[in-house]
Design a protein around this ligand. Structure first.
Ligand SMILES: CC(C)(COP(=O)(O)OP(=O)(O)OC[C@H]1O[C@@H](n2cnc3c(N)ncnc32)[C@H](O)[C@@H]1OP(=O)(O)O)[C@@H](O)C(=O)NCCC(=O)NCCS
Length: 167
Protein backbone atom coordinates (compact mmCIF):
# COMPACT_ATOMS: atom_id res chain seq x y z
CA UNK A 1 0.00 0.00 0.00
CA UNK A 2 1.28 3.50 -0.76
CA UNK A 3 0.07 6.77 0.72
CA UNK A 4 -0.21 10.32 -0.54
CA UNK A 5 -0.89 13.53 1.38
CA UNK A 6 -3.21 15.99 -0.31
CA UNK A 7 -5.26 19.04 0.67
CA UNK A 8 -8.63 18.15 2.22
CA UNK A 9 -11.33 18.29 -0.44
CA UNK A 10 -15.10 17.86 -0.66
CA UNK A 11 -14.71 14.34 -2.08
CA UNK A 12 -12.83 12.88 0.91
CA UNK A 13 -14.92 10.56 3.07
CA UNK A 14 -14.08 11.36 6.69
CA UNK A 15 -16.82 9.42 8.46
CA UNK A 16 -14.91 6.22 9.23
CA UNK A 17 -11.60 7.77 10.30
CA UNK A 18 -10.53 6.49 13.73
CA UNK A 19 -7.21 7.41 15.37
CA UNK A 20 -8.36 6.34 18.84
CA UNK A 21 -9.08 9.89 20.04
CA UNK A 22 -12.70 11.01 19.73
CA UNK A 23 -11.67 14.66 19.79
CA UNK A 24 -9.33 14.27 16.83
CA UNK A 25 -11.83 12.07 14.92
CA UNK A 26 -14.65 14.54 15.48
CA UNK A 27 -12.52 17.54 14.58
CA UNK A 28 -11.71 16.01 11.19
CA UNK A 29 -15.27 14.98 10.44
CA UNK A 30 -17.10 17.97 11.86
CA UNK A 31 -14.78 20.97 11.89
CA UNK A 32 -11.88 20.61 9.46
CA UNK A 33 -13.78 21.96 6.44
CA UNK A 34 -15.14 24.92 8.40
CA UNK A 35 -11.67 25.58 9.80
CA UNK A 36 -10.35 25.96 6.25
CA UNK A 37 -12.58 29.00 5.82
CA UNK A 38 -11.20 30.36 9.09
CA UNK A 39 -7.53 30.15 8.15
CA UNK A 40 -6.46 26.58 8.95
CA UNK A 41 -5.27 24.19 6.26
CA UNK A 42 -5.92 20.46 6.58
CA UNK A 43 -4.13 17.78 4.58
CA UNK A 44 -5.27 14.17 4.49
CA UNK A 45 -3.19 11.05 4.01
CA UNK A 46 -4.93 8.88 1.45
CA UNK A 47 -4.28 5.22 0.60
CA UNK A 48 -4.38 3.57 -2.84
CA UNK A 49 -8.13 3.02 -2.49
CA UNK A 50 -8.78 6.69 -1.74
CA UNK A 51 -9.44 6.04 1.96
CA UNK A 52 -8.42 8.72 4.45
CA UNK A 53 -5.94 7.12 6.88
CA UNK A 54 -4.38 10.21 8.46
CA UNK A 55 -4.41 13.96 8.56
CA UNK A 56 -2.67 17.04 9.80
CA UNK A 57 -3.75 20.65 10.14
CA UNK A 58 -1.58 23.76 10.10
CA UNK A 59 -2.10 27.47 10.68
CA UNK A 60 -0.02 30.63 11.06
CA UNK A 61 0.74 31.47 14.67
CA UNK A 62 2.70 33.75 16.96
CA UNK A 63 4.43 32.91 20.22
CA UNK A 64 4.85 35.37 23.09
CA UNK A 65 8.56 35.52 23.79
CA UNK A 66 7.79 35.65 27.51
CA UNK A 67 6.33 32.13 27.27
CA UNK A 68 9.71 30.77 26.17
CA UNK A 69 12.87 30.13 28.12
CA UNK A 70 15.62 32.70 27.84
CA UNK A 71 17.63 30.52 25.45
CA UNK A 72 14.56 29.67 23.32
CA UNK A 73 13.65 33.35 22.94
CA UNK A 74 17.11 34.82 22.60
CA UNK A 75 17.30 37.47 19.89
CA UNK A 76 13.60 37.16 19.02
CA UNK A 77 10.97 39.92 18.94
CA UNK A 78 8.23 39.98 21.61
CA UNK A 79 5.79 38.33 19.19
CA UNK A 80 7.63 35.54 17.39
CA UNK A 81 6.33 34.38 13.99
CA UNK A 82 5.62 30.65 13.99
CA UNK A 83 3.54 27.91 12.39
CA UNK A 84 1.14 25.83 14.48
CA UNK A 85 0.91 22.13 13.72
CA UNK A 86 -2.58 22.12 15.15
CA UNK A 87 -3.51 18.45 14.61
CA UNK A 88 -1.79 15.25 13.51
CA UNK A 89 -3.36 11.82 13.61
CA UNK A 90 -3.09 8.43 11.99
CA UNK A 91 -5.69 5.67 11.60
CA UNK A 92 -5.47 3.39 14.65
CA UNK A 93 -4.81 0.13 12.79
CA UNK A 94 -1.75 1.68 11.09
CA UNK A 95 -0.12 3.12 14.22
CA UNK A 96 3.21 1.91 15.55
CA UNK A 97 4.89 1.10 12.23
CA UNK A 98 6.58 4.39 11.41
CA UNK A 99 3.80 5.86 9.29
CA UNK A 100 3.00 8.54 11.88
CA UNK A 101 6.60 9.69 11.69
CA UNK A 102 6.35 9.80 7.90
CA UNK A 103 3.19 11.89 8.21
CA UNK A 104 5.02 14.23 10.58
CA UNK A 105 7.82 14.60 8.02
CA UNK A 106 5.27 15.49 5.32
CA UNK A 107 3.74 18.06 7.69
CA UNK A 108 7.14 19.55 8.53
CA UNK A 109 8.11 19.72 4.85
CA UNK A 110 4.86 21.55 4.11
CA UNK A 111 5.53 23.96 6.97
CA UNK A 112 9.16 24.62 6.02
CA UNK A 113 8.21 25.27 2.38
CA UNK A 114 5.57 27.79 3.44
CA UNK A 115 7.75 29.46 6.08
CA UNK A 116 10.61 29.91 3.63
CA UNK A 117 8.28 32.24 1.72
CA UNK A 118 6.24 33.90 4.43
CA UNK A 119 8.48 33.63 7.51
CA UNK A 120 8.38 31.81 10.80
CA UNK A 121 10.96 30.88 13.40
CA UNK A 122 9.36 27.93 15.20
CA UNK A 123 6.94 25.10 14.58
CA UNK A 124 4.60 24.71 17.57
CA UNK A 125 2.57 21.69 18.66
CA UNK A 126 0.04 21.20 21.46
CA UNK A 127 0.28 17.53 22.35
CA UNK A 128 -3.06 15.93 23.18
CA UNK A 129 -1.72 13.60 25.91
CA UNK A 130 1.48 12.30 27.49
CA UNK A 131 2.01 9.76 24.69
CA UNK A 132 1.84 12.53 22.10
CA UNK A 133 4.39 14.52 24.13
CA UNK A 134 6.75 11.54 23.94
CA UNK A 135 6.15 11.17 20.20
CA UNK A 136 7.10 14.82 19.61
CA UNK A 137 10.07 14.69 22.01
CA UNK A 138 11.23 11.65 20.07
CA UNK A 139 11.22 13.96 17.06
CA UNK A 140 13.34 16.62 18.80
CA UNK A 141 10.56 18.97 19.87
CA UNK A 142 11.21 20.65 23.23
CA UNK A 143 8.57 21.71 25.77
CA UNK A 144 8.22 25.39 26.63
CA UNK A 145 8.46 26.38 30.32
CA UNK A 146 5.37 25.87 32.51
CA UNK A 147 3.41 24.02 29.81
CA UNK A 148 4.19 20.32 29.37
CA UNK A 149 1.84 19.94 26.40
CA UNK A 150 3.22 22.76 24.26
CA UNK A 151 6.39 21.90 22.36
CA UNK A 152 8.42 23.80 19.80
CA UNK A 153 11.20 23.17 17.34
CA UNK A 154 13.21 25.74 15.41
CA UNK A 155 12.34 25.75 11.72
CA UNK A 156 15.97 26.28 10.75
CA UNK A 157 16.92 22.99 12.42
CA UNK A 158 13.90 21.21 10.92
CA UNK A 159 14.97 22.39 7.47
CA UNK A 160 18.53 21.22 8.07
CA UNK A 161 17.35 17.81 9.29
CA UNK A 162 15.16 17.40 6.21
CA UNK A 163 17.94 18.61 3.91
CA UNK A 164 15.82 21.51 2.75
CA UNK A 165 17.06 25.01 1.93
CA UNK A 166 16.57 27.70 4.59
CA UNK A 167 15.41 30.42 4.51
C1 LIG B 1 0.96 10.06 17.36
C2 LIG B 1 0.85 9.21 16.10
C3 LIG B 1 0.64 10.11 14.89
C4 LIG B 1 2.18 8.44 15.94
O1 LIG B 1 2.10 7.64 14.79
P1 LIG B 1 2.69 6.16 14.81
O2 LIG B 1 2.68 5.62 13.43
O3 LIG B 1 1.97 5.39 15.85
O4 LIG B 1 4.17 6.44 15.31
P2 LIG B 1 5.51 5.82 14.72
O5 LIG B 1 5.35 4.35 14.55
O6 LIG B 1 5.90 6.61 13.52
O7 LIG B 1 6.50 6.13 15.91
C5 LIG B 1 7.66 6.84 15.67
C6 LIG B 1 8.50 6.84 16.88
O8 LIG B 1 7.87 7.61 17.92
C7 LIG B 1 7.71 6.79 19.04
N1 LIG B 1 6.34 6.91 19.48
C8 LIG B 1 5.23 6.90 18.75
N2 LIG B 1 4.14 7.02 19.50
C9 LIG B 1 4.61 7.07 20.74
C10 LIG B 1 4.00 7.15 21.97
N3 LIG B 1 2.67 7.19 22.08
N4 LIG B 1 4.77 7.18 23.06
C11 LIG B 1 6.11 7.10 22.96
N5 LIG B 1 6.76 7.02 21.81
C12 LIG B 1 6.01 7.00 20.73
C13 LIG B 1 7.90 5.34 18.63
O9 LIG B 1 8.54 4.64 19.67
C14 LIG B 1 8.74 5.43 17.41
O10 LIG B 1 10.10 5.35 17.75
P3 LIG B 1 11.12 4.46 16.84
O11 LIG B 1 11.06 5.10 15.48
O12 LIG B 1 12.41 4.66 17.53
O13 LIG B 1 10.55 3.10 16.87
C15 LIG B 1 -0.29 8.17 16.19
O14 LIG B 1 -0.02 7.25 17.22
C16 LIG B 1 -1.65 8.80 16.43
O15 LIG B 1 -2.31 9.22 15.50
N6 LIG B 1 -2.09 8.83 17.70
C17 LIG B 1 -3.39 9.37 18.04
C18 LIG B 1 -3.47 10.85 17.83
C19 LIG B 1 -2.37 11.61 18.53
O16 LIG B 1 -1.98 11.32 19.65
N7 LIG B 1 -1.84 12.64 17.86
C20 LIG B 1 -0.71 13.43 18.38
C21 LIG B 1 -0.83 14.83 18.00
S1 LIG B 1 -1.99 15.74 19.01
Amino acid sequence: MSYLAEPLGEHHDLASFDCGHDGLNDWLGLHARTATGQGTRTYVLVDDDGGVVGYFAVAPHTIDREHLSRSQGRGAPRQIPAVLLAKLALERRLQGHGLGSELLVVALRTIVEAARRVGGRFVVVDAIDAAAVRFYEHHDFVAVPNNRSRLIRKLSTVARALDMPWP
